[in-house]
Design a protein around this ligand. Structure first.
Ligand SMILES: [Zn+2]
Length: 163
């Protein structure tokens, strides 16, 4: 049984929505999956635990940094185990779930677009078969719910993270 994490949100003045998650390259896949659930995870890196400011929860697999409560260390290798571990340790973050509301690439909140708004900007067969589209203002890209998203949804359900 893994040791209880240092950060205990019930005993701090921080609410879960004020904490910014930051992940380094050692948790790149996890970052994408957390974004898929709608949690905001920025990319960043800290080489010393004392450099992580309060209010940032740094997600990493770098064992050397575990001395701070603002460092969340993942002993697991597999993303499935990492994401389950995260919500086991910090269940309050489940409140922030807004599945598929963020760009997986850059973390920006997606904007809903109507069919009319994307006219001429997506392939014909996509236009004909979809009624909902999303726009990432930073990547300047249009997304639509497709088979990739369905697969991710199925995974998240299997992991008990979506109803
Ligand atoms: Zn983006």
């Amino acid at each position: 049984m893994p040791k209880k994490l240092g950060l205990d949100l019930d005993n701090t003045n921080w609410s879960v929505s004020e904490v910014q998650l930051v992940g380094d390259h050692t948790v790149g896949r996890l970052t994408k999956w957390l974004r898929a659930l709608g949690l905001s995870v920025e990319e960043g890196d800290f080489s010393r635990a004392q450099d992580v400011p309060p209010g940032i929860l740094f997600l990493t697999r770098k064992r050397a940094l575990v001395s701070s409560p603002w460092v969340f260390f993942f002993p697991q290798d597999k993303v499935e185990e990492q994401i389950k571990y995260f919500f086991q340790q910090l269940p309050a973050f489940k409140r922030l779930r807004r599945p598929f509301s963020r760009c997986l690439r850059c973390n920006t909140l997606l904007e809903k677009k109507t069919k009319e708004e994307v006219f001429g900007q997506v392939p014909d067969y996509i236009y004909e078969t979809h009624s909902v589209f999303y726009w990432c203002a930073k990547c300047q890209k249009i997304f639509w719910p497709g088979s990739h998203r369905k697969r991710m949804e199925a995974c998240l359900r299997r992991w008990g993270l979506l109803p």
